[in-house]
Design a protein around this ligand. Structure first.
Ligand code: NZQ
Ligand code: ZN
Length: 388
């Protein structure tokens, strides 16, 4: 196991109707003048936004609203939010929604305390400070409610880039699983795929003797494999929603990633798909992950065989472990199909002839991508071909 630091200071407020305590917690965490940020309208339709505003009003907390975050959130609204924060002397950003809204809120919180262009941070500038951000989560997926990351698409060139720093970890996150019962099944499935991907990016590692994090990863995967079909069959099943909500958080606050090298190339290859075709992140991952697995499997067949046996219950073929490894990948792909996810370019209107553009926009040049195997541009093109 490698040396590590782990700092995950987010305060979690979990359970039914907990959003009614939002005002109390904003006060506890020092907010007096809040920007409430939300997406395309689901929180208005569900009545959640009104309940949140009432909770702030009950604590005499002033607020300004900014809605309109799109899935795969864009830079334009971030610039607008930063301007509002600076003009109105906002001291706290409250995200009400999914990963896109949370990531946009984190970007606004960063830019509000910075004189330059917030995009500098998405081009590698180190994050040192941000306004405090809190979240009220409405979809179990990205894990941004407990993560140090944010992913934004710059409209100039449609570049989708990530940035990270502990200053962006939410100070608190309210997780009421009942809020996710209004999700369309497609979004529930995209979310389940994303959480599995967050675990698998960490599971496929070159670091040896990481039994504790292997077992945590396997436990989360087994949970999602059990609970996602229940939530899809019965969207108002509170217990499956609750298990998925906490799974999404632990999948990505890095408790499963500490002490080991993780990969992240499937995520970066996917970000090109969601930027180029504006597909949901989880759907893009369902296409990219099995393709990446098939490409890298021979680098460590035994790890893939372990994944097949422990997560999918496959029988170990000691004579031909690659058969077991392949069976695990196939089981994953079949599971994603059963959730209603695309698994090939053609399932989501992506095109083989766009592959050179996808590779170019990724901008690797002579650098490599990922860690499990360090992928060259040519390897990336081959993996996109496998996904085709
Ligand atoms: O915008 P509204 O109207 O709220 O609708 C959203 C949106 O259309 C809808 N939705 C959310 N909660 C709902 C609901 N509809 C009905 N009832 C509810 N309770 O779902 C749609 C998708 O929302 P979005 O926020 O885009 O989903 P998700 O949480 O999957 O976020 C995806 C974004 O997160 C990034 C992805 O790249 C993508 O841009 N990621 C962020 C990470 C991070 N910050 O740590 C890590 C991830 O790997 C990921 O890259
Ligand atoms: Zn993800």
């Amino acid at each position: 196991m490698n040396n590590f630091n782990f700092y995950s200071p987010t305060f979690f407020i979990f359970g039914k109707e907990r959003e009614n305590e939002t005002g109390k917690y904003i006060k506890r965490f020092g907010g007096t003048n809040v920007l409430i940020h939300y997406g395309g309208g689901s929180v208005i339709k569900s009545g959640l936004l009104d309940r949140v505003k009432a909770s702030l009003a009950a604590e005499d907390i002033s607020f300004t609203e900014l809605g309109g975050v799109m899935p795969n959130p864009r830079s334009g609204l971030v610039y607008k939010g930063i301007e509002i924060c600076k003009n109105k002397k906002i001291d706290f950003v409250l995200a009400v929604g999914g990963g896109s809204t949370i990531d946009s809120s984190k970007a606004i919180a960063l830019g509000a305390l910075y004189d330059g262009d917030f995009w500098d941070f998405y081009e590698g500038k180190q994050v040192t400070s941000a306004l405090p951000v809190a979240t009220i989560l409405t979809i179990s997926a990205a894990g941004s409610e407990g993560s140090s990351g944010s992913v934004i698409t710059h409209e100039n060139g449609m570049l989708k880039r990530a940035c990270g720093g502990d200053a962006m970890r939410p100070v608190f996150s309210i997780l009421n699983p009942a809020l996710t019962c209004t999700l369309p099944n497609y979004q529930t499935a995209c979310g389940a795929t994303d959480m599995m991907a967050h675990v698998m990016e960490r599971y496929f590692t070159n670091t040896k003797d990481v039994e504790i994090t292997d077992r945590l990863c396997e436990g989360i995967l087994l949970t999602v494999i059990k609970e996602a079909p229940i939530a899809l069959a019965n969207p108002t099943d509170y217990e499956s929603r609750a298990n998925l909500m906490w799974a999404g958080m632990v999948a990505h606050n890095d408790i499963c990633g500490v002490g080991r090298e993780s990969d992240w190339s499937s995520h970066q290859m996917e970000h090109e798909l969601s930027a180029f075709y504006d597909v949901a992140h989880g759907a893009g991952l369902a296409v990219m992950f099995p393709a990446w697995m098939k490409f890298v499997m021979h680098h460590d067949v035994m790890r893939f065989a372990q994944f097949a046996v422990r997560v999918w219950g496959c029988e170990m073929d000691f004579q031909q472990p690659e058969k077991t490894a392949l069976e695990g990948i196939d089981r994953l792909e079949q599971f994603l199909i059963s959730l209603g996810m695309p698994v090939r370019f053609s399932d989501m209107d992506a095109k083989k002839e766009d592959i050179p553009t996808l590779v170019k926009t990724l901008g690797l040049g002579s650098r490599t991508l990922g860690n499990f195997i360090k992928l060259t541009e040519k390897n990336v093109a081959d993996i996109y071909e496998l996904a085709n």
